[in-house]
Design a protein around this ligand. Sequence first.
Ligand SMILES: Nc1ncnc2c1ncn2[C@@H]1O[C@H](COP(=O)(O)OP(=O)(O)O)[C@@H](O)[C@H]1O
Ligand SMILES: O=P(O)(O)O[C@H]1O[C@H](CO)[C@@H](O[C@H]2O[C@H](CO)[C@@H](O)[C@H](O)[C@H]2O)[C@H](O)[C@H]1O
Length: 443
Amino acid sequence: MTPVDLARLPEFLKQQRWFSGKAWPIKSVSVVDHATLDFGPCAFSLAIVEVLYELGKSERYLLPVKPSSEGVQDALEDVECLRALFRLIREQKEASSASGRVHGEWLPTEEGRLSLPEPITVRRLMVEQSNTSVVFGEKVILKIIRKLEVGVNPEHEMGRFLATRTSFRAMPTLLGALLLEGASGATLGLVHRFVPNAVDGWKYTLDRFRKAEPLDASFLEEMKEMGRRLGELHKALASDASDPVFAPEPVLQEDLQRWSASIMGELGVTLADAGRLHVDLERQRERLLEHARRLAHVTPSGQKIRIHGDLHLGQVLRSEDQWLIFDFEGEPSRTFTQRREKYSPLRDVAGMLRSFDYAEATVLLEGNPPAPRMAPSRDAFLAGYREVTRGAAFLPADEETFWVMLRAFELEKLLYEVRYELANRPDWVRIPVQALLRMEDPK
Ligand SMILES: Nc1ncnc2c1ncn2[C@@H]1O[C@H](COP(=O)(O)OP(=O)(O)O)[C@@H](O)[C@H]1O
Ligand SMILES: O=P(O)(O)O[C@H]1O[C@H](CO)[C@@H](O[C@H]2O[C@H](CO)[C@@H](O)[C@H](O)[C@H]2O)[C@H](O)[C@H]1O
């Protein structure tokens, strides 16, 4: 017996914000695993639904459902079901599923010992997101993951490592997780400390860039602080040589060649898609290729480590005059395996540098007059990063290699952004395209 009316599912799925297959005709939908949770006033099912598209590709989604005469009813719309789900995680309960088990994990950390006044308040987060997040007692936030992937979830793995094996705390710390074990095993949910009244770095920076007054020393000091936090994150991620998943490894010539070849491949694919957007883009090809080529030929030094993987201004929160780094899931379009690969930490630095260019382009497009905003912010961020990572084994040994690598990773991010914008926000594609056109000859 499946807990869902399968006939009604395709229609139901197409109406959900988190369902990313709206553009493709669905061939069939099936339930590949399900568990019944009956821990309180709300009994419901966690169903793992597999959607097979006419084109042959398939995807899995998590669907918490309540029995309903109308066919499919999302259990996450019921406060009692949300409380039951949270209790399952916090009290580390478990339930059998058709082919495995669902269980809660609560980390044995200082922060995990927090108290929540009963009855615990429940609030669905009303933000534009691809999952469903719920705040409990205004102290913790549960993200229920909608689109499931097989393998180790990088956000869970990184969060657990940072919370339990390092002293890095400039983040909303991971507190627990909801896990499904068995043939359809996956991470179903993650619980983090909730940061009240937080503003994300993107909004924070835009608000400042929009003001007519020149950037002042205190804003630039904040950008420097952000750079310091990233440096500290990298030091924490590189701190455990005994854990093979996190142990730093030397950057070898073959890594540089692989990264370089990958950027060249992405350049080819991206220019094929975007070349028509600007007549001069094709003329930049050789110059851009040279940036990638040089990466392959520097003398290898430094280490590859686990990195954030998708760092930009939207991935930091400002709260109580502090920067917190969050969302350790990596670039959503890459597989879990790709996202868990060790890489040069300069890739994260490049990601954030690109974000200052986006902020500058955004305020210019809004009609604000040009002003020295982007370069001073980038410089301050970089200065903070370099200050705390001076002498770190994961950085390249010499200045020249540092810049060759950083520019190559900026190019890599730019190419990713062109493809991301073409697929998601075509009006924004001019931002990375203009930056590609501005890239100078490698020095
Ligand atoms: N720990 C937190 N405290 C406060 N707000 C948060 C926290 N985690 C996420 N948010 C808010 O929720 C939004 C969506 O979170 P995110 O984890 O990026 O979800 P998704 O992966 O579904 O996009 C973020 O942009 C941020 O505004
Ligand atoms: O936050 P996500 O993990 O969903 O990241 C994706 O979306 C981002 C946009 O929301 C995208 O970031 C790009 O746009 C930002 C401004 O909106 C800018 O600050 C970033 O520098 C730029 O890369 C990100 O690339 C994508 O993976």
